[in-house]
Ligand binder design. Structure first.
Ligand SMILES: [Mn+2]
Length: 314
């Protein structure tokens, strides 16, 4: 592995004009040092192909999060009390795509290295190559679990290997084990690669039986997981606000059951939620993304096993 570039200084100045803090200004999120988790807004949009606007995703998610209840009835807890700190939005200065991804990687590595659970919010899916790279350097052996409508396994797309449509190929190139849930749009070469490499997958057409298939999928991955969640995994009837809304996607409660199972069985070291492209007058996608972020933070910080134990003693 090459020597990592020296990390940038930690910019923990409170977010001001660009976006509100995740869940609003809570006492428990006021201190970087005390927070167990950080939300890293990455309004990164360079290679989107169909619907544009994913650069506005982080601000829309954060705005919607102002209206998310901090009490989680499933966990019977206030996950926000664990400390969730919202970082300023980070935008790389490099025009060169590879250099820009290096900047994002260095930024994510600072916070992972500081022991935080880093939830990156995008932004286009290409940024995951950077945050996965950071997680690999900080945590060693990891697998990558992808919730997505698209395989994102193209070698190049529209002339660049750094496109959102290539991001999982770049992860596979890193030699990391991967698995995917919800895939329902891909090219013949991508399908061939998945077959030849035996990449574990629950296809979109198998989502109705995903809970029966999910354990076997997880068994194929190491203990430590980076979770990348492309919001277009969901059915467009739930989440129309994304660049390429593919029919036949996941629904809310069944998807949460999979996520809960994931956090119960594996150690999720970091995650992202990407490809929210907000549309005026359609706040439900933004709200779903915000709620998804908070559910995952709750699972990560409190653990579903904790909730089961609580439920059992109630
Ligand atoms: Mn994707």
């Amino acid at each position: 592995m090459p020597d990592p570039p020296s990390p940038p200084s930690i910019d923990t100045t409170p977010p001001t004009s660009t976006h509100p803090a995740f869940l609003g200004e809570l006492d428990s999120v006021s201190s970087y040092d005390a927070a167990r988790a950080v939300v890293l807004p990455l309004p990164f949009e360079r290679t989107t192909s169909y619907g544009k606007g994913t650069g506005e995703g982080p601000a829309a998610l954060l705005e919607a999060s102002q209206y998310v209840e901090t009490y989680d009835e499933e966990l019977d807890a206030e996950p926000a009390d664990q400390g969730i700190y919202t970082l300023p939005a980070f935008e790389p200065t490099s025009h060169d795509m590879a250099a820009a991804l290096d900047e994002i990687e260095a930024q994510a590595r600072v916070h992972m290295g500081a022991g935080k659970f880093v939830l990156s919010i995008g932004g286009e899916h290409s940024l995951t190559a950077a945050t996965v790279g950071a997680a690999r350097q900080c945590f060693g052996e990891i697998g990558v679990l992808q919730f997505d409508a698209h395989a994102d396994l193209r070698d190049t797309y529209e002339g660049t290997p750094h496109s959102h449509a290539c991001v999982m190929r770049r992860v596979v190139d890193l030699g990391l084990p991967t698995a995917a849930v919800g895939i329902r749009a891909l090219s013949s070469p991508e399908a061939k690669l998945m077959r030849q490499s035996n990449l574990p997958v629950i296809w979109g057409y198998q989502l109705e039986t995903a809970e029966d298939r999910f354990d076997a999928l997880l068994d194929a991955l190491p203990r430590q997981i980076y979770l990348t969640f492309d919001i277009d995994f969901f059915d467009p009837s739930l989440v129309p606000s994304t660049g390429t809304p593919e029919p036949g996607g996941g629904f809310w409660q069944p998807s949460l059951r999979l996520l809960r199972r994931l956090f119960d069985r594996k150690t999720v070291v970091a995650m992202d939620i990407v490809e929210l492209a907000p549309r005026a007058g359609q706040p439900s996608s933004d709200f779903l993304a915000a709620k998804l972020a908070y559910k995952c933070l709750g699972y990560a910080l409190l653990g579903p096993s904790t909730a089961d134990a609580r439920t059992a003693t109630r």
